[in-house]
Unconditional design. Structure first.
Lengths: 130, 520
């Protein structure tokens, strides 16, 4: 089934220059990645009335990631990703190696399957989605 | 909004949703945004909300700037238009001090502390001291606390088996709206020492028999009252012909009445049957007494050295600012030079309010009998002005050329207000709360510090407002209005009661015992 998750700016933590758009599966990937990189309550602060659960992986910048913390983070990631109205099922797996926190996401949604990997370098703060 | 917005448009502060729907989204549609993802968290949706929020913030700033140029809004004389959303928390009157300073050169009068002179008596054989500010805290029956203040006197020492009189400053500056008021604490109160480091020390604030004598004018001569007057009196002595004791002449005014026939300066024993003896002394001066100088004192005095007051409200500040306007229009002589003119009535009031921060309210009126006399009545917050305060304001006015005007500063007479005993029905669990709320609200109104209803000198005691504040008190569910009588009448009470007098309301009842309380 063809996917149609709409079109938005290809932005995670900054705006692309020049402007670039993403559509379909990559758009939902970027949207879900932003849920992992947005402080809780950020949208409430700008007056958006809709509920938006999110976490910010950058909160772990410079911190040790114990197994307990990793498991908690994985549970939180699964919880906030499942809040997206486009998501039917989703599984997020969190790994930490060489200073890079990776979240591998596989799921299915209203307009088809999707998968992506979001990474945060906990030493430099660099983020990426692939 | 048109290219050049109207004042109505400038004073309109739309909410964020209105900005979003009526301004931001139409602009995005006009520019044919290519995104289709408008779920929460979407980049463009976030853009839109941020833009709407910034737009709203800007509209509030614009509206505030526009309103700040209209002083009736700034000083709270006119309510802001409904389009200027109060829900956003804008309070344009917060700009009043800035506008007053920059446009009129007038500073807002800050809240001040009440300062009392209280003797400390030590029955022990231990000497305490030296003691500096803050070393002793006293508490009055009202719960009000006062802190030892040695900033002007230097450290004090309480001698063994002796006493010392010290200045105590109220714990906080006056803020009646928040229930912080100190001027009403009576003399002769049972005072408790909060600080427990001074066994054997007690404090009492018995009012002195006489107030300090306030002198307005020059001369080294002194006037000293003595005796034990059974009734309260105000006495003013005015020097008519300069000279020494036994040579010059003076007159006496009792209770703000007409001056007596001039007589040679000398001891006045039991003056006019009041029990007050007035004793003059040359004090090394020659001539000791100077024509025109007045000496004023009251019996009894008070332990209050300085009456505290609330911060000047935007309305009060605005009235002082507006009163300066006529002063800007100087008359000019034939050469075109500006010449000083006598102040207007408003300006006299503004001058009186500026002379001392203790002056909370002022009323200026031309005298009904003497052509050039201007009566200026002043009062502290909730209390008539003391002789010392009157002398300060009189000296302030005397130091300025008033041309043909003769400003005379005096204190209004306190008119005791007695309320009847209405039946107030309250929720049983809130009886004490309701009684305290009614007491506070009535005290605020009848002492002239109710922000919603001013009660100036010679004002009208508004029965409807009294009913209103009782009804509005927390826990009150019903009020028998017929029981609300003011000095025996179920109508407003216009002051002064005594024709031709200047009166201010004074109320000392306790509603918990005066009113009839029913619970439900």
């Amino acid at each position: 089934m063809a996917t149609d998750y709409g079109t938005d700016v290809a932005a995670i933590d900054d705006l692309p220059d020049p402007e670039a758009l993403v559509s379909d599966e990559m758009n939902v990937a970027y949207a879900l990645a932003r849920r992992l990189l947005t402080p809780a309550g950020a949208y409430e602060e700008i007056g958006d009335p809709d509920i938006y659960d999110s976490i910010d992986l950058r909160d772990y910048l410079g911190k040790r990631i114990s197994e307990t913390a990793r498991a908690d983070l994985e549970a939180a990631a699964n919880r906030v990703l499942a809040e997206d109205p486009r998501v039917a099922t989703v599984t997020a797996t969190v790994t930490f190696a060489a200073g890079v926190l990776s979240v591998r996401v596989v799921g299915d949604g209203s307009d088809g399957p999707f998968s992506f990997v979001a990474t945060v370098n906990l030493l430099t703060g660099d983020v990426a989605v692939s | 909004m048109s290219t050049i917005p109207s004042l109505d448009e400038l004073l309109t502060t739309p909410d964020q949703e209105t900005c979003l729907q009526q301004e931001v989204i139409p602009e995005l549609q006009t520019r044919k945004v290519r995104v289709t993802d408008w779920l929460v968290g979407g980049v463009y949706r976030t853009f839109a909300y941020v833009a709407a929020k910034m737009r709203r913030d800007d509209r509030i700033s614009l509206a505030t700037l526009a309103a700040a140029g209209l002083e009736d809004y700034v000083f709270g004389f006119s309510p802001l238009p409904s389009s200027f959303s109060a829900a956003a928390g804008e309070d344009i009157t917060a700009w009043a001090p800035i506008i007053a300073r920059n446009r009129y050169g007038i500073e807002q009068i800050a809240a001040t502390f009440t300062i009392r002179s209280i003797p400390l008596t030590n029955s022990s054989t231990t000497v305490y001291g030296p003691l500096s500010s803050g070393a002793i805290i006293l508490q009055f029956p009202s719960g009000n606390r006062y802190v030892l203040d040695t900033s002007e006197t230097g450290a004090i020492t309480i001698p063994a088996s002796g006493s010392v009189t010290a200045r105590f400053r109220s714990e906080f500056a006056s803020n009646t709206a928040a229930g912080i008021a100190y001027n009403g604490d009576p003399s002769g109160a049972t005072i408790r020492l909060v600080t427990a480091h001074f066994p054997g020390v007690t404090a009492t604030n018995v009012a002195p028999v006489f107030s300090p004598v306030a002198q307005v004018g020059g001369g080294l001569g002194t006037v000293t009252p003595s005796g034990t007057p059974p009734l309260a009196h105000t006495v003013t002595v005015r020097i008519v012909v300069s000279g020494q004791v036994g040579a010059g002449t003076w007159q006496v005014s009792l209770d703000d009445g007409a001056y007596s026939v001039a007589s040679t300066i000398g001891v006045l024993a039991n003056y006019s049957g009041t029990g007050i003896t007035i004793t003059p002394a040359n004090n090394g001066g020659n001539p000791a007494f100077i024509a025109g100088t007045t000496y004023t004192f009251t019996a009894p005095g008070t332990d209050i050295v300085q009456y505290g007051r609330d911060v000047e409200t935007p309305q009060q500040l605005g009235a002082r600012c507006y009163a300066t306007r006529p002063q800007l229009a100087f008359a000019r002589d034939a050469a075109g030079n500006a010449i000083w003119g006598s102040p207007t009535i408003d300006a006299y009031q503004a001058l009186a309010l500026t002379a001392s921060t203790q002056v909370y309210t002022a009323l200026a009126q031309t005298d009904g009998t003497v052509n050039n006399k201007v009566n200026i009545l002043i009062a502290a917050q909730g209390a008539p002005a003391s002789p010392a305060l009157i002398s300060i304001v009189q000296a302030f006015l005397n130091s300025r050329p008033m041309l043909t005007d003769l400003p005379v500063v005096a204190a209004p007479t306190a008119r005791t207000i007695t309320l009847g005993a209405p039946t107030v029905t309250v929720k049983a669990a809130l009886l004490a709360t309701a009684q305290a709320a009614v007491q506070q609200a009535l005290q605020n109104y009848l002492s002239g510090v109710d922000a919603d209803a001013a009660l100036p000198i010679n004002g009208r005691v508004d029965r409807a407002h009294i009913i209103g504040v009782i009804r509005a008190a927390t826990g009150v569910v019903k009020l028998d209005e017929s029981g609300v009588v003011i000095n025996g009448s179920a109508t407003d009470l216009q002051l002064p009661v005594t024709v031709g007098a200047y009166e201010m309301a004074q109320w000392t009842q306790q509603v918990a015992s005066t009113f009839t309380w029913a619970t439900t």
